[in-house]
Write a protein that binds this ligand. Structure first.
Ligand SMILES: *[C@@H]1O[C@H](CO)[C@@H](O)[C@H](O)[C@H]1NC(C)=O
Ligand SMILES: *[C@@H]1O[C@H](CO)[C@@H](O)[C@H](O)[C@H]1NC(C)=O
Ligand SMILES: *[C@@H]1O[C@H](CO)[C@@H](O)[C@H](O)[C@H]1NC(C)=O
Ligand SMILES: *[C@@H]1O[C@H](CO)[C@@H](O)[C@H](O)[C@H]1NC(C)=O
Ligand SMILES: *[C@@H]1O[C@H](CO)[C@@H](O)[C@H](O)[C@H]1NC(C)=O
Ligand SMILES: *[C@@H]1O[C@H](CO)[C@@H](O)[C@H](O)[C@H]1NC(C)=O
Ligand SMILES: *[C@@H]1O[C@H](CO)[C@@H](O)[C@H](O)[C@H]1NC(C)=O
Ligand SMILES: *[C@@H]1O[C@H](CO)[C@@H](O)[C@H](O)[C@H]1NC(C)=O
Ligand SMILES: *[C@@H]1O[C@H](CO)[C@@H](O)[C@H](O)[C@H]1NC(C)=O
Ligand SMILES: *[C@@H]1O[C@H](CO)[C@@H](O)[C@H](O)[C@H]1NC(C)=O
Length: 405
């Protein structure tokens, strides 16, 4: 009883709002979820004063609560909170943590704010080692990325990075103008991301929408992503990834890889991309791997895809290369197998609607194209395909792919 009273007093001190019976604390609907409003920790929310310390104190209080309810961090609406690079880390005592983002969070407009011990921080907002983290709300996460986008500027900081956050649920937020990736999922299992709206200018470099690495059992759904790089990128060590009902564009499409850079052994398997629309992207559905690497990309399907004025709608490239790594001819490669493209239709702005560039030694196998109809944006012009060292089938394909059956 004494414990209960002191607990209640603690919550009373910490919060102004009582969030009764929120559906986040699924354990028992009668349990009161203790709430922690950043304003009660002296956050100002004028977009000018640094609110990082207030957020960190509020986070520590949330993370400390030992309860079967779900402690809730509230970032209230109608305010803009300036945060410097910050890491909210666990492990926390409660088995679920709820972060409700109703207001805006804005990054510093100065790269020097990211420098710590002579190094540039690789993230702006980090969450690490927290299980059962739920983040939702209608708030805006603004990376103020334009200062990072000039040529020859180091592009290091991921706007929102989740590291070892199993059971993560992220929904509803708007994300704009990240420094580098908008959202990065690293070493997380069991993640659902939904209802996001992610935007950055088409010409902003490296502003991927969502990047996944070394993670598994991830669902990404019901979101709009239009940025300067991949809408979703699935990197090495990732498996069982479902992506559905995404509108992508502008950007570089949905990519598996790149895998196997610098001779690395990297694999991805079990990816399903379904019911997605691409508009004005520079690639549509892409698997890219480097020469000299090892590992595999397998059991991947892309289904029910609409394309509008996409530049390279379907592309498997085992010769992926961009500057800085050296791209000499090498025999080893990341094996690509069991990849299905089914029900892919719409228009391409280039002639080459389908490109399967596979290595002579390792190659691509079990590539199935079915119900493909990709026409040119230019009336009367034909699209075609290129294909090397790929084995598989092409059924009801326009354009035809000659190296497949
Ligand atoms: C968890 O609760 C215990 C006591 O209830 C406390 O000592 C500890 O600091 C809390 N853990 C965190 C991460 O705050
Ligand atoms: C992560 O949390 C686990 C417990 O859940 C703990 O054992 C481990 O030390 C933590 N790792 C880091 C880097 O904080
Ligand atoms: C992905 O979709 C498949 C088929 O609908 C389903 O069996 C699987 O559980 C889903 N995986 C995830 C992580 O959502
Ligand atoms: C698809 O996602 C959009 C948001 O981008 C949402 O409005 C719509 O309801 C979703 N459709 C389905 C069938 O869930
Ligand atoms: C994709 O486009 C089709 C046809 O224009 C439309 O019916 C569907 O709702 C769109 N889906 C998304 C995710 O925008
Ligand atoms: C790549 O890694 C996997 C799993 O760790 C291992 O089984 C495989 O032998 C490795 N391949 C090479 C070429 O190193
Ligand atoms: C091929 O990949 C699909 C997922 O896209 C999977 O359901 C199927 O079992 C795989 N087939 C083989 C033979 O591995
Ligand atoms: C993935 O592919 C491998 C090799 O084809 C197969 O053994 C495995 O069962 C597949 N896994 C899934 C989930 O389809
Ligand atoms: C392919 O798409 C074009 C343009 O939308 C359409 O005119 C044509 O009938 C389609 N072909 C098939 C086989 O569906
Ligand atoms: C594809 O079409 C373009 C333009 O019509 C042509 O230049 C190119 O040689 C064709 N490529 C193949 C592989 O047929």
């Amino acid at each position: 009883m004494q414990d209960l009273i002191s607990l209640i007093l603690l919550f009373y001190k910490a919060s102004t709002i009582w969030n009764i019976g929120s559906d986040v604390g699924k354990t028992d609907p009668t349990i009161v979820n203790p709430t922690f409003n950043v304003l009660d920790y002296k956050a100002i929310g004028d977009g000018i004063k640094d609110d990082s310390n207030a957020f960190m104190e509020a986070w520590e209080a949330v993370c400390r609560v030992d309860t079967s309810a779900t402690p809730t961090l509230i970032i209230p609406s109608g305010k803009t909170f300036l945060l410097k690079p910050i890491e909210f880390h666990g492990p926390c005592n409660a088995s679920n943590i709820y972060v409700q983002v109703l207001g805006n969070i804005v990054a510093p407009n100065d790269i020097s704010e990211y420098i710590k011990d002579d190094e540039i921080d690789d993230k702006w907002l980090g969450f690490s080692n927290i299980t059962g983290l739920v983040i939702d709300g209608f708030g805006l996460i603004n990376g103020q990325g334009s200062i990072w986008w000039a040529p020859n500027t180091c592009k290091n900081a991921k706007a929102l990075r989740f590291h070892k956050c199993n059971g993560l649920r992220l929904s509803g937020l708007r994300h704009v103008n990240s420094q580098k990736n908008h959202i990065s999922i690293f070493q997380c299992n069991d993640v659902i991301i939904s209802g996001l709206h992610i935007t950055a200018p088409e010409e902003s470099p490296n502003t991927d929408g969502i990047d996944i690495s070394q993670s598994s059992h991830i669902q990404i759904k019901d979101s709009f992503i239009g940025t300067g790089d991949d809408c979703v990128a699935i990197n090495g060590g990732s498996s069982f990834i479902n992506i559905t009902n995404i509108t992508c564009g502008p950007g570089h499409g949905i990519s598996v890889g790149s895998l196997g850079a610098d001779g690395n052994n990297e694999s991805v398997e079990g990816v399903n991309v379904q019911n997605c629309n691409f508009s004005r992207t520079t690639n549509g559905l892409r698997i890219k791997t480097w020469q000299g690497g090892s590992g595999f990309a397998r059991n991947i399907s892309f289904q029910q895809i609409n394309l509008k004025a996409v530049a390279n709608p379907i592309i498997i490239d085992q010769f992926y290369c961009n500057s800085g790594h050296g791209c000499k001819i090498q025999a080893s490669a990341v094996k690509v197998s069991n990849v299905t493209f089914k029900g892919v239709q719409g228009t391409s702005i280039t002639d080459k609607a389908i490109q399967l560039s596979c290595s002579k030694t390792v190659g691509c196998s079990d590539i199935l194209l079915n119900q493909i109809n990709i026409t040119s944006t230019v009336g009367g012009k034909k699209t075609n395909s290129s294909c090397s060292n790929a084995q598989g089938k092409c059924i009801n394909c326009y354009p035809p792919v000659t190296c497949l059956e």
